[in-house]
Design a binder for this molecule. Structure first.
Ligand SMILES: Nc1ncnc2c1ncn2[C@@H]1O[C@H](COP(=O)(O)OP(=O)(O)OP(=O)(O)O)[C@@H](O)[C@H]1O
Ligand SMILES: [Mg+2]
Length: 506
């Protein structure tokens, strides 16, 4: 066998209170796409941070093309041909798209920045992804999916022998992901080694050749051929025990009860027109559509972030005037689990207790408005257990949790608020298989207790598993509604037919 391009040997890394990596081994060969799998908190991102000089390790070694290397900062790893897209967004918001892409090696002429080259180089990288955006656009104007694409373009800027991708497809659309995979396969054919982290096992099986699995910071499967390990076996290896198949409960919604949330022929400042829908207590209404169909914006209209210019919003049969997320919760009992947890879901600088209990101070407060610390802690502990949030203590800052665990904190915060209506936007992005299941069971349990749930998801399988009815959106209008018959194939055809029926012909 030829020398591997990258080899990490016996890497151990401890954060205060957590052994994130425990004697981990990783081998990446050229011309191969290697999956790095493991549950939330298993150590995947920590390993990538070690390989790129963001963090040092307590012990262990790193070899690039057989030669030992120590990266003490990220630019040293870029110099050595290691490209990376981290899980968290990592851009300078005040800079343009082009400036961010060439940051590691800004083109210069006679000692000055060569702006023409900056833009042409950036355009070249963007074109590889078919990403049509003006390179002089400031980053602050972009959506999180667009920023993700800029970061991928940046990883393609220098000649990379090794490309490390930490959940690059978590927040981009399927069409954007397809373009990314095309580039990855081209780099693979050119002999690069690619490391790919994802909780979406379907795409892992579709594109990866080899696999390493981490569990609790240990390598439990090392450099194996993915084809030798079927899906269920890989899940068992990740989880450390066999996972029984998910049992979908018998669900029935009492249609004799009046809806708690109703939109009647609603037009909004975001661009929606003629939207009518309703959700009953105990019902899970799915809102499905392609990225850009206007689903998140509709949630924003309900929460008062966009204005409703025509039509009516009713809560419990009465017209509602909601101006903010705070109004929505306090006056109408509507909770909102957001898709962009980094921007609005989690306070990264606050500890776990504060984050989860943030919505409940009103409820926990005694007659003088004082919240007893022990009550707060007990409530938070309940959700930490229920969702299996991996923390070293409630005092840990949310910013120190793994990506998936931050998502769980955001969810726990809204569940703790005990709302009557819960709007959930892309709840399982970046969440591992086991937690996804406990999350589904939790949602069913909440609906059984009478909570009305409006679920936004781009994952059709998830939608069909969870929703009682699926409202399909397209171009800011409602294309139709599909009742859940639990027959995956016929339902997905119905949903897709609705989207196509609405789509303008070319
Ligand atoms: N800066 C930090 N300080 C303290 N602990 C940390 C820090 N970063 C990560 N950890 C801990 O190290 C462990 C591994 O985290 P890591 O982010 O590597 O997980 P991961 O496998 O990438 O998970 P995910 O799938 O959720 O992204 C977790 O227990 C996490 O809480
Ligand atoms: Mg991670």
């Amino acid at each position: 066998m030829s020398t591997p391009i990258l080899q990490a040997r016996n890497v151990t890394k401890t954060y205060p209170g957590v052994k994130a990596l425990d004697n981990v081994n990783l081998t990446l060969a050229g011309g191969e796409i290697h999956a790095l799998l493991g549950e939330n908190g298993a150590g995947k991102s920590t390993l990538i941070k070690y390989l790129t000089g963001v963090h040092t390790a307590d012990s262990g070694s790193l070899l690039i093309s057989g030669a030992e290397q120590t990266f003490s900062n990220p630019s040293e790893s870029t110099e050595a041909g290691v490209g990376v897209v981290h899980q968290e967004r990592n851009v300078i918001r005040e800079f343009t798209v082009a400036e961010n892409i060439v940051l590691s090696r800004t083109p210069k002429k006679f000692g000055f920045i060569d702006w023409k080259k900056v833009n042409s180089e950036a355009s070249r990288c963007l074109a590889m992804l078919d990403f049509d955006i003006d390179p002089s656009t400031p980053i602050s104007k972009l959506s999180s999916a667009q920023i993700q694409l800029v970061e991928i373009a940046r990883a393609l800027y220098t000649d990379t022998k090794v490309l490390l991708l930490d959940e690059p497809t978590a927040s981009i659309s399927d069409a954007e992901a397809a373009k990314l995979f095309k580039v990855i396969h081209r780099l693979k054919d050119d002999g690069a080694a690619i490391l790919f982290v994802s909780h979406k096992l379907d795409e892992v099986y579709a594109h990866c050749d080899t696999v390493t699995v981490l569990r609790d910071g240990k390598t439990v499967l090392s450099d194996a051929a993915l084809a030798d390990h079927p899906h269920d076996e890989i899940v068992n290896i990740m989880v450390g025990r066999s996972l029984a198949s998910l049992v979908t409960p018998e669900r029935s919604v009492n249609t004799a009860v009046d809806p708690v949330l109703e939109l009647r022929n609603v037009t909004t400042t975001a661009g929606h027109g003629g939207i009518s829908l309703d959700v009953r207590p105990g019902e899970i209404l799915g809102l499905y559509g392609l990225v850009g169909a206007g689903r998140t914006e509709l949630a924003h209209a309900i929460l008062g972030r966009e204005r409703i210019t025509e039509g009516e919003l009713l809560v419990n049969g009465k017209p509602a005037k909601i101006r903010s997320v705070k109004d929505a919760l306090h006056d109408y009992g509507i909770g909102y689990v957001t898709e962009s947890r980094k921007e609005e879901g989690v306070f990264l600088d606050a500890n776990i207790t504060r984050n989860i209990a943030a919505t409940t101070w009103g409820k926990l407060a005694g007659p003088l408005g004082v919240v007893k610390v022990s009550d707060e802690r007990a409530l938070v502990e309940k959700y930490v257990q229920e969702l299996g949030i991996r923390i070293s203590s409630q005092d840990q800052l949310a910013g120190q949790l793994s990506g998936g665990n931050q998502q769980k904190v955001s969810l726990a915060k809204w569940l703790a608020a005990d709302p009557k209506i819960l709007i959930i936007d892309e709840p399982t992005i970046g969440i591992d298989v086991r937690t996804k299941r406990s999350f589904y069971e939790l949602i069913w349990g909440l609906a059984d207790q009478g909570l009305a749930i409006l679920l936004i998801s781009s994952d059709l399988a998830e939608m069909i598993t969870l929703a009682d009815r699926i409202a399909v959106m397209d171009s800011f209008t409602l294309a139709g509604t599909v009742e859940n018959t639990r027959h995956y194939d016929s339902m997905s055809q119905d949903v897709i037919r609705l989207i196509h029926a609405k789509a303008p012909s070319h």
